[in-house]
Design a binder for this molecule. Structure first.
Ligand code: GDD
Ligand code: MN
Length: 399
């Protein structure tokens, strides 16, 4: 039977009021039209978990009444796979709510989710489990840490994925800033970290919901490579992008973000101060180069050309200091010229966007808030600095 009512996880599993059920892991496999994948994934997961935690797990397939009868195929596997449970949903639809309904029926104290199409490498599951056992409240598989990646995504899909991430950082920094791969649909979380929170069923990105509404302390990540599909097809369309943005805004509004969660993450104040000082040094570099190039007593070049060069030299100056000093902890770990050039390139792009933001904010503040161009400029510089710092921290010098 399918749980109904609010999308809320109970503190204790159903029928286990004392909370002493010894089933450890409940892994939900949401499916829609995965007929050709389901047996394979159940087989592989069972093989892995039978070895690692025999008898201490359950697999819960939650199928949305797929027209290809995935649920029926899954049910037919139960005699061979006693740890398998199958839920066929006929009233509700959607990936996120499927996962939560599965967790509501789960008996485990660790709740997990994995795609049913084998795009998530099953072996990573044991790493995630280990991280939880070592104290993490939530462990996620990430494409953006060591050992992670995407196998053969188009430039456009990569770009959209990154764009979605940056947008998320702006709207919901307290949630998105805590993980390197907020789009991941492959993770586990302690029941205790999300018990009692009512989840919102909209959207594809269940992880946002879990971090945004739960009480998630320590988060750990393991790298994974997003594999290509061999059977069936993806259900992602442009609609999911629109839903994603709606989702971010809704979470932001309903949880008053920035507040509760971001107080939990330590703001890297030291880095911010160093970043600010480096930025300040850039002003002098910019001025000096501008003087050398444009002053009539020196080269006497035209102002725009001089300024572009001065700006880029200042960016280069700032990059060197930030790389060697501000974010030294990260640069030390990611040595090599290729990595360095990559960081420099990202830093450039972020700072350029920062410049656009600077000009935009200046105009908005000046025209609508305070009609004083110096105060407006200070505010604009502050906003652009925070942007530059935060996005570079999360993108260019990501741990
Ligand atoms: N029950 C149910 N209901 N399952 C669904 C639904 C639904 O409406 N839509 C999709 N699924 C299942 C699919 O059958 C598959 O097992 C899994 O959810 C992921 O769906 P895909 O359509 O294969 O998504 P994807 O491969 O493009 O996206 C993946 O990558 C994202 C990261 O960019 C998923 O892992 C996402 O969870 C992940 O966020
Ligand atoms: Mn997929």
């Amino acid at each position: 039977t399918v749980p109904t009512g609010p999308l809320k996880i109970a503190e204790y599993p159903p029928g286990d009021l004392a909370g002493d059920n010894d089933i450890l892991l409940s892994l939900v496999i949401p499916t829609y039209k995965e007929r050709d994948n389901i047996e394979n994934i159940v087989k592989i997961l069972t093989g892995l978990l039978d070895e690692a935690i025999p008898g201490n797990y359950e697999l819960i397939v939650v199928d949305d009444d797929s027209p290809d009868l995935t649920w029926q195929v899954a049910q037919s596997l139960i005699p061979d796979y006693p740890q398998l449970r199958v839920m066929r949903r006929q009233e509700e639809r959607g990936l996120s709510s499927a996962v939560i309904r599965g967790w509501q029926a789960a008996t485990g104290s660790i709740l997990g989710v994995i795609d049913g199409d084998l795009q998530h490498p099953p072996e990573v599951l044991l790493q995630l489990l280990n991280k939880i056992k070592h104290g993490a409240d939530l462990a996620l598989a990430s494409r953006h840490v060591d050992g992670g990646g995407v196998s053969s995504w188009s430039v456009i899909r990569r770009f959209l994925s990154r764009g979605a991430q940056v947008l998320g950082l702006i709207i919901l920094p307290g949630v998105l800033g805590r993980v390197t791969d907020p789009m991941s649909g492959y993770f586990m979380v302690r029941r205790s970290a999300i018990a009692g929170a009512t989840m919102n069923p909209v959207g594809y990105k269940i992880l946002l919901e879990v971090i945004g509404r739960g009480k998630v302390g320590e988060i750990a990540e393991a790298g994974y490579v997003f594999r290509e599909r061999t059977e069936g097809e993806s259900k992602v369309t442009w609609k999911q992008y629109v839903e994603y943005i709606q989702h971010l805004i809704r979470l932001r509004v309903s949880t008053g973000r920035l507040g509760k969660i971001s107080r939990k993450i330590d703001f890297p104040l030291g880095k911010f101060i160093r970043f600010g000082l480096v930025g300040f040094s850039g002003v002098f570099v910019d001025m000096a180069v501008l003087y050398l190039l444009s002053d009539p007593s020196t080269l006497g070049w035209n102002l725009t050309r001089s300024k572009i060069i001065a700006g880029e030299v200042a960016i280069f100056n700032n990059f060197l200091w930030n790389d060697a000093w501000t974010f030294a902890d990260v640069s030390m770990q990611q040595k090599g010229w290729k990595q360095r050039i990559k960081r420099f390139f990202k830093f450039n792009v972020v700072c350029l966007a920062g410049l656009v933001i600077n000009v935009l904010v200046l105009n908005i503040v000046y025209n609508f808030l305070v009609r004083n161009q110096y105060i407006a400029n200070l505010i604009a510089i502050a906003v652009a600095t925070i942007w530059n710092f935060w996005v570079n921290l999360k993108l260019s010098w990501r741990v």
